[in-house]
Design a protein around this ligand. Structure first.
Ligand code: SF4
Length: 239
């Protein structure tokens, strides 16, 4: 009888999870982290600028930079028309001011004489997304943040935590690009669960499913392909 060597055991190809599995995951995360409540801020330009400021820094620094910017320039027209050096000074607490200041001004210029994004509340979401993506330096994650945090629209910004945790849990292929991961998340998550899963996957990524995961404490072990593979690798290594 021929036996397959455990070292040659084939890795299962990725398969898109079905609704039942996504629901089960939502339930388990809910037990661990509760049900987050989205309170849309109804300020899409603020959200857009804040998201640009949050790139490559933490929430505290970006929040300080945003406040300082608003204090210095109470309206977005003023921020748009100011000398770029003044905008840079205002957002310095958020880091990378030399790159972020011209980007913010370019976006504000693109938004027209009277910067306005309020129409994105009721426009078809594909149209709003496409418009946001056409703005200079705006990518999928930034556009998604504007739509979900300003209006509560069903979007799932894929940040570094969601990319890591979702890949391990098989929500998308572990090596998927951010773009692919985003598309897969939109395909499998029911609109009503978008915010909850977004927040709880991030919570999970910050607490247990860190770059070095604490699987021993994780309630998701039984539904985690990454853990199962790790388990079988360890079994092989242990003989
Ligand atoms: S079992 Fe480990 S890898 Fe899987 S979700 Fe939990 S912490 Fe992450």
């Amino acid at each position: 009888m021929t036996m397959t060597s455990p070292n040659k055991r084939e890795k299962k190809p990725w398969k898109r999870p079905d609704r039942r599995r996504v629901r089960a995951l939502r339930e388990r995360l809910r037990e661990m982290y509760g049900i987050p409540v989205n309170e849309p801020n109804r300020k899409p330009i603020d959200e857009l600028v804040l998201t640009i400021l949050s790139q490559h820094t933490n929430d505290r620094n970006s929040g300080r930079a945003f406040e300082s910017l608003r204090e210095r320039f109470p309206t977005w027209d003023e921020a748009r028309d100011a000398p770029v050096g003044e905008v840079e000074d205002a957002i310095r607490p958020g880091g990378l001011a030399q790159q972020k200041a011209p980007r913010i001004q370019a976006i504000l210029r693109e938004l027209g004489e009277e910067p306005d994004l309020d129409w994105t509340e009721t426009a078809p979401i594909e149209e709003s997304r496409a418009y946001l993506l056409s703005l200079p330096g705006v990518g999928r994650k930034t556009a998604a943040c504007v739509l979900i945090f300003s209006w509560g629209l069903p979007e799932i910004p894929v940040d570094v935590h969601i990319h890591r945790v979702g890949g391990r849990l098989g929500l998308f292929p572990a090596k998927a690009s951010l773009e692919r991961a985003h598309d897969e998340m939109l395909a499998i998550v029911p609109p009503a669960d978008a915010y909850e899963l977004h927040v709880n996957l991030i919570r999970h990524g910050r607490t247990l499913c860190r770059p070095k995961p604490r699987c021993g404490e994780c309630e998701l072990r039984r539904m985690c392909p990454w853990y199962r593979e790790l388990d079988s690798r360890e079994a092989i290594a242990g003989g």
